[in-house]
Design a binder for this molecule. Structure first.
Ligand code: ATP
Length: 235
């Protein structure tokens, strides 16, 4: 579904991502792990079209999206939830959601149907439909940005640190929701510092360190790598 091959990303002379390769099969949930500064967010931003690759290639469903713009990437079927969790605070929850349907703006019936599906998945958002998004709690805002990304009807979803800064009970709910999305057939790339939880939901994982992939495998294989927590995950 998603193939990242020998991808490099640089900020001037800083080489944040140094020739990494990984794949996501259809319906797979793959976690990208690693300590702060390992290059996870840069990888996601590059896939999303927000950063230019300095080398390598990215294909989505066989289509080359290496140099695609953010809008072209969304149209190709890939949506991203950045770690910044930015909602439009003065717009209502419903208005925020409709912005996610931008590429389908002529298909009102399809958008309504998708919105109903998302309201079932996120009942809290349905209850708060007419409330300004800025008044939602952190957890609710995280739900909103995920639901907004799903309004573009992606086949692949990239999630950057969805649990960041949230209370444990909320984190639990977010991970339950990620599992529900996986069961619905969505292909998901999950960037997380919350290693145990990320491995609990993943089919496979890749561990990054200083811009390279140092380990990959099933959650059991990753857990069995004894020096993982000490060297790559910050203890
Ligand atoms: P974190 O979890 O802290 O976001 P990360 O694994 O996602 O970590 P990146 O944010 O991709 O890592 O950062 C990788 C490297 O690129 C780091 O050395 C970082 O300082 C550098 N970097 C990130 N963004 C920029 C930028 N806009 N300008 C210059 N260097 C940057």
């Amino acid at each position: 579904m998603l193939d990242v091959s020998d991808l490099s990303v640089s900020y001037g002379t800083i080489r944040a991502v140094r020739g990494i390769s990984f794949t996501l099969g259809k319906g797979e949930l793959v976690s990208l792990l690693g300590a702060n500064g390992a290059g996870k967010s840069s990888t996601l931003k590059c896939i999303a079209g927000a950063l230019k690759a300095s080398g390598g290639s990215i294909t989505l469903g066989g289509k080359d999206i290496t140099s695609a713009s953010p809008e072209q990437v969304v149209r190709a079927g890939l949506a991203t939830v950045p770690e910044t969790r930015d909602v439009f605070p003065d717009l209502t929850v419903a208005e925020n959601l409709m912005l996610g349907a931008y590429i389908h703006r002529r298909d009102q019936a399809g958008n309504r149907q998708n919105l109903e599906r998302l309201h079932t998945l996120f009942p809290r958002l349905a209850e708060r439909s007419h409330q300004p998004a800025g008044t939602l709690s952190g957890g609710e805002q995280q739900m909103l940005v995920i639901a907004r990304a799903l309004m573009s009807r992606p086949t692949v979803l990239l999630l950057d640190e969805p649990s960041l800064g949230l209370a444990p009970a909320i984190v639990e709910r977010i991970f339950e929701m990620i599992e529900t999305l996986k069961k619905s057939g969505l292909t998901i790339l999950l960037v997380e510092q919350n290693v145990n939880q990320a491995l609990a939901v993943a089919d496979r994982a890749y561990v990054m360190r200083l811009g390279t992939v140092v380990t990959s495998g099933t959650p059991d294989e990753i857990r069995a790598t004894s020096d993982l927590s000490a060297h790559y995950l910050g203890g």
